[in-house]
Design a protein around this ligand. Structure first.
Ligand code: AVI
Length: 316
């Protein structure tokens, strides 16, 4: 039988998450190739409003965002988790039209995403000064000209997937990389009618369900496990008082599953939950408080017409 020492972070995190009480699996593991494709399907669903809202903000308000920036000398636009750049191109177009002297530095863990981004941006804005980086956000920053003022971008609402303490820790790391006067544009989902939020995550097409179940498929494939997907369900719940969507996998019976690669058996009670994701929704007051606790001040909130989502501009 194949066995594996615990040097692989996925193996370590799965082992920890499925032996702890309560059980959990980190949502960052949703995004293998299949998971990334399912996430694209989520973003295309009418019920999943955040993507369309942020698209509207950047399409319609990029000139206003550009006007809020104080930079007069050449500056960097550094984007964390840029993906394929389809939204950001509207912002870059507004900068280009104003003759702003910038270098665009997109950073993404996925080479596939960076390749798509380069093709998209080169086609939409030929001649743009672009220095794409693949890999870890903070490692990628070490090679960048840090003398220039910078606008940092963290779009898409990704901050909502971090627990409060982890969000502050991440924002503090951004803060430590920034100079006084540098700015950060943060995509953040806002609290709204709870039914709208519930439907975006507990979608009627079963796409978010497939996104969560794919974690079990990934464990089967990468850790040589024998999980029967029919014995698990997906459940998610928006709590309008806390502003949190929490997602879970639910064991439908008392069962155990075995990973041959880890040489480990994991035990589940009937109806036991495995927490898979937090997706936090903010109030404007909560956004100010979060900014402040990481050392920033909110300069402006750029919201879509329904006030569902904000691209919140912060200054160090
Ligand atoms: C990537 N992130 C901002 C998404 C969200 O809305 O929390 C991930 C997601 N999970 C379920 N649907 C979408």
């Amino acid at each position: 039988m194949k066995t594996k020492t615990l040097v692989d972070p996925f193996a370590e995190d799965v082992t920890k998450g499925l032996t702890e009480n309560p059980k959990s699996l980190p949502s960052k593991y949703f995004y293998d190739d299949r998971g990334s494709r399912i996430f694209m399907e989520i973003m295309a669903m009418p019920e999943y409003y955040p993507t369309g809202c942020e698209f509207e903000i950047l399409l319609q308000q990029s000139p206003a965002i550009v006007n809020k920036l104080p930079f007069t000398v050449p500056f960097n636009i550094i984007e964390f988790g840029s993906g394929d750049g389809m939204k950001t191109k509207h912002l870059l177009k507004a900068f280009t039209e104003q003759g702003a002297p910038f270098t665009y530095i997109p950073i993404d863990i996925s080479q596939e995403a960076i390749d798509a981004l380069e093709a998209n941006i080169n086609q939409a804005l030929p001649g743009i000064d672009m220095q794409p980086q693949t890999g870890d956000y903070f490692e990628a920053l070490t090679g960048i000209d840090s003398e220039k003022p910078a606008l940092f971008l963290f779009l898409g609402g990704n901050i909502g997937n971090y627990k409060d303490a982890d969000a502050i820790a991440l924002l503090e790391r951004f803060h430590a990389q920034m100079k006084t006067g540098d700015m950060l544009l943060m995509g953040m989902d806002l609290q709204k009618n709870p039914r709208i939020i519930q439907k975006a995550y507990d979608d009627p097409h079963g796409v978010t369900r497939a996104f969560n179940m794919n974690l079990l498929t990934r464990i089967n494939r990468e850790l040589d496990a024998d999980i029967n997907l029919d014995q698990f369900d997906f459940y998610c719940d928006y709590n309008p008082q806390s502003g949190e969507v929490n997602s879970y996998l639910v064991s439908l019976k008392k069962q155990h599953v075995h990973s041959a690669l880890l040489n480990t058996t994991f035990y589940f009670e009937k109806d036991e939950l495995v927490w898979t994701e937090l997706s936090k929704k903010y109030t404007l007051a909560g956004i100010s408080a979060l900014a402040q606790s990481a050392g920033f001040a909110v300069a402006h909130n750029f919201m879509d017409c329904r006030h569902y989502f904000t691209d919140s501009l912060w200054i160090k």
